[in-house]
Design a protein. Structure first.
Length: 628
């Protein structure tokens, strides 16, 4: 196949001219931002020495990918249509255009992050001194072209007139592509100088060694052909654009929809007067005491993926209803290509329905005792869940249907099936689960899921989805706080600052020679309020249980039988805990947790030994990961 791009060196002056007249423009997703003063100086210095500054990537207009164009920052309103759009190299081109071609003061940022106006000059003598660093020869001056010190009371350099530029041998970078006019005036100025021969030599060398480098400078331009696909543009841009605004699927779709007059960014971020979808989702079902809700992690590409997936499901069903079958049915897909191919009409048709479906996701997660993004096993599992709810509508509410959705959800969590490339699984689940609740076969995610009993021993941190899952299952099964006896609904969860804590305290375990890799297992952890955990401290379970029974000044005691019931709600054997029998406690609780997982997944936990490649991530750098 022929290459989808060409590489051509183009003269810098020609590139800047095309930026000025609008032949080269920017796609609208390229947001404006300002390069700092030091980077601009470094850029000028590099070109002055004919050093490479990197390639520019452009996309020929008129193909499948249609962007709303806008001029290079500072360029006049174009009188012609763009022939190419800059995908990579925007800031280098913009900076060079503004400092060397536009002829106006440049807005930039100092090292102290102060927004300032600057004219850039090259100190001719320093630039010709081989012992002087070239960047030090590039000077940025305020808008009045006067460099001051001593709190602006002393003028160290004044080039506010052409004659002062000549006198100080300071060449304005803004005159680079009109350099001959400046040099002619400089020659006239030299007639009045006694040292004109020496200065003429400076001028001659500066023209030959510095200005000539700008005039002959060639910029490598990678030009993508107009028939480059949307997905290729997105992937290529992600790979090459490391310094600017990343182009993800949302940015690309935003730019394409803008060409049809739709402001997708406003839909997501709002417009200042009205909240956008991002804020509505983040605040939805926000529990008392929480700053954000469980949907705060849903990103704009997640939302678009759900819309695109629903669109592909609906198109497939429409084709089936029209008599299509087999390979004639449209594919259900959740790939990037599906997102990039989402028509504006389909987005408008399904956006509200998908938003309502995500709100249903939040309700569902709350019923599963998952209240924070921090405790969410898999963010990626929310997309197919939202599409399922969008397809099912009110059908999801009967208990029998909810039970199947819960079974699918927990099989995905404990089967740890959503932790890697998930596009195929997302698409498959979006079709199979609704079909299952309507009487179809069991979904692949349920039949694929396996969970090993010994996996409980290796789950030690929130890096594991199943670790988070065990904590949620305990709360959902009715676990009560040891001290208060309260179940962990959303209000209690946040009011009491509930989190996962050790049953046999860390200090006690270390004092008794129990390895961290053993006592940090989820088997030895359970949800507790912060205050209860402080009372537990680092003593033996028998000791802290006595404390809880005795109570304190502002904490009423708990009867032994009541406390035992609280412990049993956590699947803890009270007798083993009171006996400080760590080994027996771990074995008994592991069995109890296995039974709980089997109940929620509807599948037997694998009890045999299994050898798997590699080492559990949680055993590497545990303290650092937990602290993070």
């Amino acid at each position: 196949m022929p290459a989808a791009f060409t590489t051509n060196p183009i003269a810098l002056g020609e590139l800047l001219k095309e930026c000025h007249n609008g032949t080269i423009q920017l796609p609208d997703f390229q947001r404006s931002w300002v390069w700092d003063e030091d980077r601009i100086k470094s850029l000028i210095a590099s070109v002055s020495r004919a050093f490479p500054i990197g390639a520019v990537m452009t996309l020929q207009v008129g193909g499948e990918v249609e962007f709303k164009p806008r001029p290079i920052e500072g360029a006049p309103t174009p009188e012609r249509d763009a022939s190419a759009l800059v995908l990579d190299g925007q800031q280098r081109l913009t900076s060079l255009y503004q400092v060397a071609y536009r002829g106006h003061v440049v807005e930039t940022v100092t090292a102290k992050k102060k927004r300032v106006q600057r004219w850039f000059y090259i100190d001719m003598q320093k630039a010709l001194d081989l012992e002087t660093d070239r960047e030090s020869a590039v000077v940025g001056l305020p808008e009045d072209r006067k460099l001051k010190s001593d709190f602006n009371r002393k003028v160290d350099l004044d080039v506010s007139t052409r004659e002062l530029e000549f006198e100080n041998l300071m060449f304005p970078v803004s005159e680079l592509f009109r350099a001959e006019d400046w040099l002619d005036e400089f020659n006239d100025y030299l007639f009045e100088r006694d040292d004109r021969q020496a200065l003429k030599e400076v001028q001659r060398r500066f023209r030959k060694e510095i200005i000539a480098n700008f005039m002959s400078y060639q910029v490598p331009v990678i030009a993508l052909a107009k028939d480059t696909s949307k997905e290729a543009v997105c992937i290529v841009f992600e790979k090459v654009n490391t310094g600017g605004k990343p182009l993800d699927a949302f940015e690309l779709i935003t730019a394409m929809y803008a060409a049809d007059g739709h402001e997708l960014r406003k839909d997501w971020y709002g417009d200042g007067s009205q909240p956008g979808r991002e804020q509505r989702l983040a605040q939805a079902y926000r529990a008392p005491g929480a700053s954000k809700g469980i949907l705060a992690g849903v990103g704009n590409t997640d939302f678009l993926q759900a819309v695109a997936l629903l669109d592909s499901v609906e198109r497939r069903e429409a084709a089936r209803a029209a008599g299509a079958a087999g390979s004639d049915l449209p594919q259900v897909t959740a790939t990037r290509a599906a997102i990039l191919g989402l028509p504006l009409t389909a987005y408008k048709r399904y956006q509200e329905r998908v938003e309502v479906a995500f709100l249903t996701v939040a309700r569902f997660l709350h019923t599963q005792r998952i209240f924070r993004v921090y405790d969410l096993p898999y963010q990626s599992q929310l997309v197919p869940l939202a599409v399922m709810f969008a397809i099912l509508g009110d059908e999801w509410e009967p208990q029998a249907t909810r039970a199947k959705i819960e079974q699918w959800y927990w099989n995905g969590v404990f089967g740890e099936l959503y932790g890697s490339t998930t596009e195929t699984r997302i698409a498959r689940d979006a079709v199979e689960v609704p079909a299952w609740v309507r009487g179809g076969p069991v979904p692949t995610t349920v039949t694929d899921a396996t969970f090993r009993a010994d996996r409980l021993l290796t789950m030690r941190m929130r890096l594991s989805a199943a670790y988070k899952g065990v904590n949620a299952l305990l709360m959902g099964a009715g676990a009560r706080d040891f001290r208060t006896g309260q179940q962990f609904g959303d209000a209690v969860f946040f009011d009491e600052n509930v989190d996962i804590h050790h049953v046999f305290p860390q200090k006690w375990c270390e004092d008794h020679g129990i390895a961290r890799s053993v006592y940090d297992s989820i088997i030895n952890k359970t949800p507790l309020s912060a205050r209860t955990n402080r009372i537990i401290g680092g003593v033996a379970p028998s000791s802290y249980l006595s404390r809880l029974e005795s109570g304190g000044v502002d904490t009423p005691g708990v009867a032994s039988s009541v406390l035992d019931a609280h412990l049993e709600s956590h699947l803890i054997d009270p007798d083993l805990l009171r006996a400080d029998d760590f080994a027996a406690f771990m074995a008994a609780r592991q069995r109890a947790l296995i039974s709980l997982i089997e109940h929620k997944t509807g599948r037997a936990v694998y009890q045999g030994e299994a050898s798997e490649e590699g080492v559990d991530v949680e055993s590497i750098g545990e303290e650092e990961a937990e602290a993070a």
